[in-house]
Design a protein around this ligand. Sequence first.
Ligand code: DGY
Length: 323
Amino acid sequence: MEKPRILVSRKLPAAVEAALARDFDVTPNAEDVPLDRAAFRAALMEYDGLLVTVTDALGAEVFAGLAPRCRILANYGVGFSHIDTGAAQGAGIVVTNTPDVLSDCTADLAMTLLMMAARRAGEGERELRAGRWSGWRPTHMIGTKVTGKTLGIIGFGRIGQAMARRAHFGFGMRVLVQNRSVVAAEVLAETGAVQVDSVETLLPECDFVSLHCPGGAENRHLIGEARLAMMKPSAILVNTARGEVVDEAALAAALKGGVIAGAGLDVFEKEPEIHPALLECDNAVLLPHLGSATRETREGMGMRAVENLRQFFAGEAPQDRIV
Ligand code: DGY
């Protein structure tokens, strides 16, 4: 029997490429640059499945008017706001993602950003490397204590919960949660978290706010000028979710104007472009979308995508089916 033909949109860890090659007729992306719309439309007509990721813009226009050969988009990543899942479904295509395997590492990175922003680690390193450090002094580069403070978590799925564990068990923080649906009492109890009814209730209470909600149209600019103004002037915002959740122009203005004290960002509205005003903010820690970037997690994500493809082509329900 012929192996299903799979197009892989970006270079993957070697172990994942080897696993894919065992069961599929794989076309890799040797250049490792994102495919454009025309290339995706052609791929949808040529391949049985596509293994795609966050850098692939798969809006409705990619699927429009096609009767594709492709029957599955196996997304490498948990977030899927880059895919118009309704349009994919309308074209008869199943979409899967890779939850669970990246929760710990993404929460680790959110905590890294929180700590870096609180303790001014980026600023300190820049000063030292530039040869501007004149030595220890009691008033040098004073940051904010983390232990015992209040952390607000917006979006209490797997990654939000992993962040709460780090904050609660590692730093004795009080955790407030805002989530679309009611969080089970036993889940909140694990970290002594309290669910509040709205973002507006959460923001003024928190020393740190970490975003873990999905991206996409429904959460676009969830944090904008008005909500930034509700935060404490001493507060720090952390975003490892999706760039579109934060209005970057408003955030840069808030950082410059002292509306909030700092930010730690791993995701951006127009990746890999960074809003120029953010680059001017010394009180912003900016990382290049590293949330899941550990060997263990990137391999885990790949194996999960391969498993979804295997299940689908074996006629089983893929474990991580979205639509
Ligand atoms: C995810 O899985 O959504 C990460 O942001 C990497 O794509």
